[in-house]
Write a protein that binds this ligand. Structure first.
Ligand code: NZQ
Ligand code: ZN
Length: 387
């Protein structure tokens, strides 16, 4: 295990009716805030009204940025920054999924930044010196954005999708009420489940030795997705299943699994290129790419890691590492099919002639992946296999 410093600072309110904690939290931070949300699901579910009631009761001035799209755009970020500056807003409440939360984080970092916010994505995290505080009410399990310092934004003019990372944009608090996810449609539930699993894979498939506790935690989290994902597909209002998926999503990408390890992140780089070019749902893109990444990177040196996955997550026994590894990849494919997800790039409308450009966009800052380093040619092969 490598050395690390632990900073998971987000305060979590988990459980039914925890939105009632919002007023108290807002009182700590603001009298003038920006509310950020997406395309309207929070109005249909009634969360929007509950939030406004609390805001009114606490005499907080509130401006709104609505219509944040899945795969959030830099233009929404620019609009949010303008609203904050023009109205002297000093706090952002994001109510929604990863897209809404990431947009709020980018606004938070952009308000005190003296330049265009896209610079922050191009020039690296050290550019982020300050950010205004944010809080979240999560409505879909998947990204873990509610408890981490990452934001992923698409530049619609250049068809690039890039990330920033900073503890300065970790939410100060997040309200996680699993009942708020009861209305998430099947396709998004499946996509969220695969996204959670992908975050675990990115950190689990590592060559760092001796991180026993991180690896066993990762396996439990994978088991949680494999157990509860299919249940929630058939029973959208199953509280236990929604609750376990929600908490797994937060734990899977808040730092817990990556502290003390070198982590991979190649499938995310590829998927971000895919969703930048085709506006595909993030978890759907991952579901297509992951099995092909697994098949491509598997070799005699790293098969032991896949064998652990086969034994400790899928319950296989009694075989050599390479056979176990191959079985685990088959099981992963089968699981994706069980969730009724697309399995090829062709299925989501990708044009074969765009794969070269997609491979190039997957490596914007050079080779990707630490479990197995991949260059542009490797990526192109994986994408062709996934086509
Ligand atoms: O916009 P609304 O109307 O709210 O509808 C959303 C959206 O259409 C809907 N939805 C959310 N909660 C709902 C609901 N519908 C009914 N009932 C509810 N309770 O679901 C759709 C998808 O929402 P979105 O926020 O896009 O989903 P997700 O949380 O999967 O976020 C995906 C984005 O996060 C990025 C992805 O790349 C993508 O842009 N990621 C962010 C990460 C991070 N910050 O750490 C890490 C991830 O790897 C990922 O890259
Ligand atoms: Zn992801």
């Amino acid at each position: 295990m490598l050395d690390f410093e632990y900073t998971i600072s987000t305060k979590i309110f988990f459980g039914k009716n925890k939105t009632m904690k919002l007023g108290n939290e807002l009182n700590h931070y603001t009298k003038r805030m920006l509310l950020v949300y997406g395309g309207g699901s929070i109005k249909q579910s009634g969360i929007y009204d509950s939030v406004h009631k609390i805001i009114r009761e606490h005499n907080i001035t509130c401006k709104e940025l609505s219509g944040v799209q899945p795969n959030p755009r830099i233009s929404s970020v620019r609009n949010g920054i303008k609203l904050c500056r023009q109205n002297g807003l000093d706090f952002i409440l994001a109510v929604g999924g990863g897209s809404v939360i990431d947009c709020a984080k980018a606004i938070a970092a952009g308000v005190p930044y003296d330049g265009d916010p896209w610079d922050l994505f191009l020039q690296g995290d050290s550019k982020i010196k300050r950010a205004i505080p944010i809080g979240t009410i999560l409505t879909i399990a998947g990204t873990g954005s509610e408890m981490n310092g990452n934001a992923v934004i698409t530049n619609e003019e250049t068809a690039e999708k890039l990330a920033i990372h900073s503890d300065l944009i970790r939410p100060k608090f997040s309200i996680l009420d699993p009942t708020n996810t009861f209305t998430v449609p099947k396709e998004q539930t499946a996509a969220g489940t695969v996204d959670i699993m992908s975050h675990i894979f990115e950190q689990y498939f590592s060559l760092t030795k001796g991180a026993f506790i991180q690896d066993r935690l990762a396996e439990s989290m994978l088991s949680s997705c494999i157990h509860y994902g299919p249940i929630v597909m058939n029973e959208p209002e199953n509280y236990e299943a929604r609750a376990n998926l929600m908490w797994t999503s937060s734990l899977a990408l808040n730092g817990l699994l990556s502290y003390g390890k070198i982590t991979d992140w190649a499938t995310h780089a590829m998927e971000h290129a895919l969703s930048a070019m085709y506006d595909v749902t993030h978890g759907v893109g991952l579901a297509i790419i992951i099995p092909h990444w697994m098949e491509y990177v598997l070799n005699d040196t790293n098969a032991y890691k896949f064998a652990d996955y086969a034994k400790n997550v899928w319950g296989f026994t009694e075989s050599d590492d390479m056979s176990l590894a191959k079985e685990s990849i088959e099981k992963t494919k089968e699981f994706v099919r069980q969730l009724d997800m697309p399995t090829t790039l062709r299925d989501v409308g990708v044009n074969k002639h765009k794969l070269t450009e997609m491979a190039k966009k997957s490596v914007p800052f050079g080779d990707i992946g630490k479990f197995k380093k991949l260059n542009e040619r490797d990526v192109l092969t994986i994408l062709k296999n996934a086509f």
